[in-house]
Design a protein around this ligand. Structure first.
Ligand code: NAD
Length: 491
């Protein structure tokens, strides 16, 4: 069985760590590879930091128009290899092949947006701030940057950061999730074909040990993290305490309001896609669905139909819309949260526990589940389930529903379904979340926009993607200049 190597200094190298953990196909528990995991990954991370620090010195002075050229090539290489990358995503992460391909489209869009860095990085100039004095601001690279990625979008999430960091003149270290390292192994085979200084883009495996090395090294200047809220908070605190710039995107519990004036049939399909897409393992998965007024009966019926229509199975099989969840532990946790929802007073409208998928009996499958009337003061209504579970709630007015949305500790996404412009405007103004959907079920910002989580869904100031990424990966320098005539005559 292959033990995965690191990619450092422009080549593949064996980890110093002999201990490994298995990379497993969640649909059938087949071991796909082994990934180094343990205390000696510290040495790997240290080596990656050292080579990245050296590469930085050359790269930061390469003109920005030249720095984006490898990104055009990378986009082309990813497009040529998208089937293979998508297959790997499905094998190690479980989502359907169509979802895996769509994920890579989002990665490509970030590369394209980063190709605009020569314009995005331009700065400001004020002539004559005083007589004969000019002032201007330039953006310079920040240094060695590191990204720590989660399991649920192994192909897309590193690209919220990597292309911008490189285009801005930084060097980069990626630590993929130990659960899904194969996707980035393939992407790094493509990165290896680019004409880049050795050590500019590196990949190290591992878990807490390699992450802590990145967080503690004075040579690393910026950390981009995506994952669960407790770890995001930890990364933010430890990185910031060490003087680094940190952006840490965390978990979510996304509410959706359905108004009686919404097109219920279309709404139900969109909501079901949001709740059950990627088996609910999306940070923008809808979770708490609030029907307002007399939308309840008809919406419930349509949602149950839409949920029942989802075909669950191995993501590479034809027609499969929903794959397994990532690990047996995850399946157990989701099923116990469903049971807890019932204990807390909820009732089960659709039970997806004990799913049996023919040919994949050992897979971590949970089928679409709907809980109704889960207690508002219980834990399940507030807990990120990260599985294919919808909680259906009923409220009388839009104000009550918005108050419920704003009682959420997270703030990744909130959506409203309506045909009223006034309802839409009220909601977008008042909702306490950073990504808002109006008649949209997965309000995922395009690459030009920041991925704007709020509250416990984000720790930091500047988000991933777009202009925020350019600001995150550069530091500003302000220059004030005076060239007095008298002095010029002297020389
Ligand atoms: P996770 O927090 O368990 O792991 C994320 C990364 O952190 C991994 O690379 C892991 O190796 C590392 N890590 C784990 N424990 C650590 C520790 N104690 N110290 C240092 N590093 C550690 O998250 P996950 O389960 O891989 O991903 C799912 C979570 O990510 C969900 O909560 C989901 O909502 C969230 N997520 C958020 C966004 C967003 O944009 N806000 C996007 C995708 C996923």
């Amino acid at each position: 069985m292959e033990v995965l190597r690191n990619y450092m200094n422009g080549q593949w190298s064996e980890s110093k760590e002999r201990n490994t953990i298995d990379v497993v196909n969640p649909a059938n528990q087949k071991v796909l590879a082994r990934v180094p995991f343990g205390a000696n990954t510290v040495k790997d991370a240290e080596e990656a930091i050292d080579v990245a620090a050296v590469a930085l010195e050359e790269w930061r002075n390469v003109p920005v128009m030249r720095r984006v050229q490898p990104l055009y090539k990378l986009k082309q290489l990813i497009e040529e290899n998208v089937e293979e990358i998508a297959r790997l995503i499905t094998l190690e992460c479980g989502k359907s092949y169509a979802e895996s391909k769509a994920e890579m489209q989002r990665a490509i869009e970030n590369i394209e947006t980063a190709c605009a860095t020569p314009t995005l990085m331009q700065s400001e100039f004020s002539e004559n701030i005083a007589s004969g004095v000019d002032e201007f601001m330039i953006r310079q690279p920040i240094g060695v940057c590191a990204c720590i990625a989660p399991f649920n979008f192994p192909g897309m999430i590193p690209f919220w950061f990597l292309p911008y960091a490189i285009a801005c003149g930084n060097s980069f270290i990626l630590k993929p999730s130990e659960k899904v390292p194969l996707t980035m192994m393939k992407v790094f085979e493509l990165i290896d074909q680019l004409d880049l200084p050795k050590g500019l883009i590196n990949l190290v495996h591992g878990g807490k040990e390699s992450v802590d090395t990145l967080l503690d090294s004075p040579k690393v200047k910026a950390i981009s993290f995506v994952g669960s809220t407790p770890i995001a908070q930890y990364i933010y605190q430890r990185g910031a305490a060490n003087g680094k710039r940190v952006q840490a995107q965390g978990g979510a519990k996304n509410p959706v309001i359905v108004m009686p004036d919404a097109d219920i049939e279309m709404t139900a399909k969109i909501i079901a896609d949001s709740v059950y897409g990627c088996a609910g393992q999306r940070c923008l998965a809808a979770s708490n669905i609030v029907t307002v007024g007399d939308s309840k009966g008809i919406a419930k019926e349509a949602l149950v139909e839409a949920a029942k229509s989802k075909t669950t199975g191995f993501g590479m099989d034809e027609g499969i819309e929903m794959g397994p969840v990532i690990t047996p532990d995850s399946k157990e946790r989701i099923e116990s949260l469903i049971a807890q929802g019932i204990q807390e007073g909820g009732s089960l409208v659709l039970d997806g526990r004990n799913a049996n998928i023919s040919g994949y009996e050992s897979g971590n499958f949970v089928k679409p589940t709907i809980l109704e009337n889960v207690a508002l003061d219980g834990d399940v209504i507030k807990t990120e389930i990260f599985g294919p579970v919808m909680s259906l709630l009923q409220m009388d007015t839009i104000d009550q529903a918005i108050d419920f949305v704003n009682g959420n500790n997270f703030g990744n996404m909130a959506c409203l379904f309506t045909s009223s412009g006034l309802n839409a405007r009220t909601f977008r103004n008042r909702a306490n979340a950073g990504n808002i959907g109006i008649n949209i079920g997965v309000a995922a910002p395009m690459a030009q926009f920041p991925f704007s989580g709020w509250n416990d869904s984000f720790f930091g100031d500047l988000h991933g993607q777009g202009r925020h990424a350019i600001e995150f990966f550069t530091q500003t320098k302000v220059v004030i200049e005076r060239w007095p005539k008298e002095w010029t005559r002297k020389f």
